[in-house]
Design a binder for this molecule. Structure first.
Ligand code: FUB
Ligand code: ZN
Length: 657
């Protein structure tokens, strides 16, 4: 099945005048069963509580499903925001991924009901958008900001996911009809159009791979090429909504730096990478490398969150990364996961997975409560006590986005190339796929993110020699990543790797340990990642973090929360030996606590606790201890103070203890 698809995909690429160039391909989540205790509990929370929250708010507490019923009946008032259809589609997509590993007849029945209503609402010409169908079809495609193509993109993604899980193709046919309608409305007539919120580009690439039909590759490329020529219309530009807001100020291939709305940017570069993976268009690849550097070296939080500003839901000036007011939308971190995976697929470089992992374990996962029923829209790195997750939002893009990411986690664990199996993330799982015309089965056990023992047991492998490429996580090394953040204490070096009990040497290439041999059933790799608390400091250009350090252990950032520290989290400094925090004078102990927050590490470290008068005039610093928990798990015990960047000097303590 997979082989046939690959041939079709290659042929259709050739028909479009290109050959497939992608270096490596992700193993689809449907071939990866997650067994990892940490991630399994996140996925279970999504399969139950998050999906139920999506259903409740999509169907009962808001008019999202009613809009489709009214559109089908051709009467009634549109309820909600003009892009609310997208939340229905994203919820169906999340349901589809979840159903693959977590069958649930009631959830599937609900999805079928919604899909029937969506199909009934589609116009005979293929157009489908409840906002315009209920407010005036004469105005369709007149305002780039109105998200018609964004909703179409999410429809396409949902349809593909639901078809692949259930084999039911009603929604896929709806999506194809709409995609064809868009193609004939725009590309075939060469009628200019700029999507106000990118998404359609990456969705069309998925449709291209799903169907093998080259017109969707052509349409995706067409959408990308419309940008930057002044064709955008319908938006009244103001200070925060100028063409750069939706990355329309410059043609994509000429873009030099990250601008504007963070989610729009991430989705667009994901789509551009998907196109480049097929067409090998150096223009897109070079532009994305430049922009990636700009994001990671000047505009990314240590949590992998991006988009510091609320006013444009996006990027501000370089290095302007405030902590308490950080916007860092959950969807933007989800987008970072998508884009960085594609960049890794194009290059085979592990630095992209380092960023993916950072955004996944921190910026994105923070968006979801432990139970899966409360959500963060923004993910700040400090709180003076009033901030908390909510049950839902008026603009409800984030809940279903984190749901679809977590339930399709298996997409990010392994990849394959012509001669190698790549282990990208250390997540307990069973890989069972067809590769090189043979069965490939590998069982991974992983202690991460809590401890560094990992094993990979080969259960079945192709006969011919191939390389196992094991990612050497960036958090083992001296840079963290790039020049925006640096580790203060030295790394303890590369892991020890054993093959069938014997320590082996290995070559490294682009951030991977490479073990090339004939593999056979029973072969076992054991890796011992040298975990240690890493103290992190910021580039001095990031002035918000002057005299501050952060705590990292493995892929996770840690924070100090009031709940572990007698109700306060802003009343201490971390002792350092000099002002630049060039070395740390704080000892730390890491303990796994099974009963805490569903089981997390807690790091206890030395501080100087601040005591004294409320006016701060007679402050004293006395030796003490504080405890830190993984950032993603904060705010599960009520609201309270929290901070990721911990002060090292009294002048940086923002409130009086
Ligand atoms: O506009 C659709 C989504 O809503 C965006 O991606 C989010 O930033 C939120 O504004
Ligand atoms: Zn969102």
């Amino acid at each position: 099945m997979k082989k046939i698809f690959l041939v079709i995909s290659l042929l259709s690429g050739l028909a479009y005048g290109q050959s497939s160039v992608q270096q490596l391909a992700p193993v689809n989540f449907s071939d990866v069963t997650i067994t990892d205790p940490f991630w399994k509990s996140r996925m279970d929370a999504v399969a139950t509580n998050t999906l139920q929250a999506c259903i409740l708010y999509t169907e009962n507490r808001t008019g999202r499903i009613r809009n489709f019923e009214k559109a089908a009946a051709k009467t009634g008032k549109h309820e909600g925001i003009y892009f609310d259809d997208s939340d229905v589609y994203k919820a169906i997509e999340a349901m589809a991924y979840s159903l693959k590993h977590h069958p649930d007849a009631a959830v599937e029945k609900k999805a079928d009901e919604w899909i029937a209503k969506i199909a009934a609402a589609q116009l005979p010409d293929g157009y489908l958008n409840t906002y315009y169908q209920l407010t005036g079809l004469d105005k369709r495609w007149t305002d780039m900001e109105k998200h018609e193509d964004y909703c179409a993109g999410h429809l396409i993604e949902a349809a593909i996911a639901y078809f692949n899980t259930t084999g039911k193709r009603l929604l896929l046919d709806v999506a194809i009809r709409f995609a064809d309608n868009i193609d004939s409305t725009f590309r075939l007539q060469n009628r200019h159009w700029v999507s106000g919120h990118q998404e359609i580009e990456l969705a069309l690439m998925r449709l291209y791979h799903q169907t093998g039909n080259a017109k969707y590759l052509a349409l995706s490329t067409w959408f990308l090429e419309q940008r930057g020529h002044g064709y955008g219309r319908g938006v009244i530009w103001d200070e925060w909504k100028d063409p750069a807001y939706c990355q329309d100020a410059t043609p994509v291939k000429e873009q030099q730096e990250i601008t504007g709305h963070a989610v729009r940017a991430m989705y667009m570069y994901t789509g551009a990478a998907d196109v480049a993976a097929v067409t090998n268009d150096g223009g897109y690849i070079n532009a994305m490398q430049r922009i990636w550097e700009d994001v990671v070296h000047r505009n990314m939080y240590i949590t992998g969150g991006i988009g510091a500003q609320g006013k444009n839901e996006g990027f501000g000036a370089d290095y302007a990364l405030p902590n308490e007011s950080a916007y860092c939308e959950t969807c933007a971190s989800v987008g970072m996961v998508f884009w960085n995976q594609r960049m890794n697929m194009l290059s085979g470089e592990s630095k992209y997975v380092d960023v993916l992992e950072k955004s996944l374990y921190n910026g994105a996962l923070d968006g979801l409560s432990l139970k899966g029923d409360h959500f963060f829209y923004g993910n700040p790195l400090a709180s003076s006590g009033g901030y908390g997750r909510r049950e839902w939002f008026g603009t409800a893009c984030c809940p279903s986005n984190i749901a679809r990411l977590v339930s399709s986690l298996g997409n990010y664990v392994y990849s394959v190339s012509a001669d190698a199996l790549w282990v990208q993330l250390y997540i307990g799982s069973e890989l069972n796929t067809k590769w090189q015309g043979a069965d490939l089965r590998v069982k991974q056990l992983s202690g991460l993110p809590w401890h560094g023992a990992v094993s990979l047991q080969v259960e079945q492998a192709p006969k011919k020699k191939f390389a196992l490429r094991l990612r050497l996580p960036g958090w083992l090394s001296e840079a963290a990543p790039g020049d925006l953040y640096q580790y203060i204490n030295n790394s303890v070096g590369l892991p020890v790797i054993r093959l069938n009990g014997e320590v082996i040497g290995f070559n490294t290439d682009r951030g991977y340990a490479v073990i090339d041999r004939k593999w056979k059933a029973g072969d076992k790799i054991e890796i011992n990642f040298p975990m240690q608390v890493r103290w992190v400091k910021s580039n001095t250009a990031l002035t918000e973090n002057k005299d501050r350090v952060a705590l990292q252990y493995g892929p996770m950032m840690y924070c100090v929360e009031a709940a572990d520290n007698a109700g306060k989290a802003w009343d201490f400094i971390v002792p350092v030996t000099n002002d630049n925090a060039a070395s740390m004078a704080s000892a730390s102990v890491v303990n796994y606590e099974a009963k805490l927050l569903d089981g997390v590490n807690r790091i206890e470290f030395d501080v100087l606790a601040l005591q004294g008068s409320a006016d701060g005039k007679s402050l004293q610093a006395v030796p003490g201890k504080r405890k830190a928990i993984p950032y993603f798990s904060w705010n599960n015990r009520g609201a309270g103070e929290m901070q990721v960047w911990l002060p090292t000097a009294i002048r940086s303590v923002k409130v009086n203890p």
